[in-house]
Design a binder for this molecule. Structure first.
Ligand SMILES: Nc1ncnc2c1ncn2[C@@H]1O[C@H](COP(=O)(O)OP(=O)(O)OP(=O)(O)O)[C@@H](O)[C@H]1O
Length: 371
């Protein structure tokens, strides 16, 4: 898919912006803090309603304004798609997909597909498990809106169980009600675990291929789903085993006031030639892995939805060496890509045949060239 037009009103530092976009590459050049990432953030929001930088709408709406607005018009394989988001201070955001209004942010899911690659993603490999879980949850929700729903339900139940654990710590009489929450948590948790396992297995296959190409067949990447409870054959067995494990840890959980087992404690194991590169990888190996994961994700979205996603490269090119840059560029082919950079020189290796360059200065966007 690709986006043809973007419109912003009172979004971040933009008072009003209308852009016609190139179906292939759009480069936004400018000094720091001029508004380049803000454009990528707006596009990103049309996929899920969420920003990748904040959870507060107040920060996104232009300072001193009460309302903000984003609109994109795009083309998909089977027709047009229009997404609008109205942000209002202290109100739920309103979304409109192809003219149909809703106050449910989740209505947006499954319309626009976006993959973002930023310097933060380069840290994905060496950061803690929470970052890798965020990656899995974000990508899976993007491809499978139902997953997002399951995840939301799981976290609600988890919060309720944790609150109950704290009450039990104060007064043991509440212990009787814990089993009900264990059962609910196990049911939702088992479902999440199978969804994650299947996603990671598919991502592992795809990223292994990409990774082999980047490393000239010298290294083999393997992804392993590392759940805090060993996997069972099916949902039913998993649920039963999950309940058993929760029961075993009830006392520990009460003392800690939190649930010590479950998908919220999962991790993604990343191994190169059998070695855990989260711990032992060089910076170069960790970057190559992050790049392979992102490129694999693009293929996965295409496989799942039939559409290539839009790729947002936020300040990432200058962080990659020439070889990795070239690999990334070669891999882009039919994917609409948005690139931000402070230096056009850092994109030297980008011999894009089709592109638009935009200069961004203090929220003014000037169209520069089109090959
Ligand atoms: N709600 C807001 N209202 C008005 N201006 C805002 C708001 N939020 C952020 N800004 C401004 O937006 C600018 C930052 O824009 P952005 O993050 O897009 O920078 P950038 O051009 O990508 O810079 P860098 O290269 O440093 O990443 C800053 O000047 C900041 O003050």
């Amino acid at each position: 898919m690709y986006i043809k037009n973007l419109k912003l009103i009172n979004f971040r530092n933009y008072h009003q912006l209308e852009l016609s976009l190139h179906p292939k590459v759009n480069i936004f050049v400018g000094d720091n803090a001029q508004g380049k990432t803000n454009i990528l953030e707006a596009i990103y929001m049309t996929a899920s309603g969420k920003s990748f930088r904040t959870i507060k709408d107040r920060e996104i709406i232009k300072m001193d304004k009460q309302q903000g607005y984003i609109k994109i018009e795009g083309e998909k394989r089977y027709g047009k798609v229009t997404v609008e988001i109205k942000l209002e201070e202290e109100k739920k955001k309103q979304v409109k997909v192809n003219g149909l209004t809703s106050t449910k942010r989740t209505e947006l899911l499954g319309n626009v597909y976006v993959v973002i690659f930023s310097p933060e993603d380069l840290k994905l490999v060496k950061e803690g498990p929470a970052e890798r879980r965020r990656f899995i949850d974000q990508e899976l929700s993007n491809i499978k809106p139902k997953y997002f729903h399951h995840l939301h339900q799981y976290h609600k139940v988890l919060m309720q169980r944790n609150n109950l654990l704290k009450k039990i710590y104060q007064n043991k009489k509440y212990m009787d009600t814990l089993d009900i929450w264990d059962e609910k948590l196990a049911e939702l948790g088992a479902r999440l675990m199978f969804e994650r396992l299947s996603f990671i297995n598919r991502l592992s296959m795809l990223s292994k291929l990409v990774h082999r190409k980047i490393t000239d067949n010298r290294e083999t990447l393997e992804l392993r789903y590392q759940s805090s409870i060993p996997m069972k054959k099916n949902d039913e067995e998993m649920k039963a085993f999950f309940i058993e494990k929760l029961k075993e840890s009830q006392e520990k959980d009460v003392n800690r006031g939190s649930t010590t087992l479950g998908p919220h404690r999962d991790d993604l194991g990343l191994y190169v030639n059998g070695i855990d590169i989260r711990v032992f990888g060089s910076q170069g190996q960790q970057r190559t892995t992050a790049l392979a994961l992102k490129l694999a994700e693009i293929e996965l979205v295409k496989g799942e939805t039939g559409e290539y996603p839009i790729l947002l490269l936020d300040d990432v090119m200058s962080e990659l060496d020439q070889k990795r840059q070239q690999f990334l560029i070669k891999s882009l082919r039919d994917i609409q890509t948005f690139v931000t950079t402070t230096e056009l020189n850092s994109l030297e290796t980008m011999e894009f045949s089709d592109k638009s360059i935009f200069y961004v200065e203090n929220a003014n966007v000037k169209y520069y060239a089109k090959d």
